[in-house]
Design a protein around this ligand. Sequence first.
Ligand SMILES: [Zn+2]
Length: 159
Amino acid sequence: MKDALQLREAVYAVFLSEDTERLYPHDAFQCVHKVAKQARARQVLSETDAGYRWLPLLTEPADLAGLFAEAAAELIMRRYDRRLIRECKGDNCGWLFLDTSKSGRRIWCSEATCGTHERVKRFRKSESKRLAGLTVEHNAAQLEKCIRGALNSCEPTTC
Ligand SMILES: [Zn+2]
């Protein structure tokens, strides 16, 4: 379990470095490399519908970590043939994603979650500013109306 957590942290560190366009952190990269290499050594040459293929051997819990490391290694090998992996810019999210959007400017892991939260947050902020402005303007307009009314009638008025 400890090894699986270490691998998870290493994979996260490796791909997080792409968000800032840095080189992969050495220790994290070595961890992914080591586990992927061990998994490759356990592959079995097997006949499939698509012909003979190297397939993973899944007999121990550690083999699942090997699959994860191999998938990470595949992404690492395609680094220069794909867009960089990005970190979601949503509050308290931290998810990593591969931007497959047309524009390549995606900033949230999901439009439905972090994207919506961010837009709601922005809307509430702008709305509270607008309402604060309206209150001051509204009070000023109301005061002006009372003063004009008082001056025109020359009688005491209530606002
Ligand atoms: Zn997110």
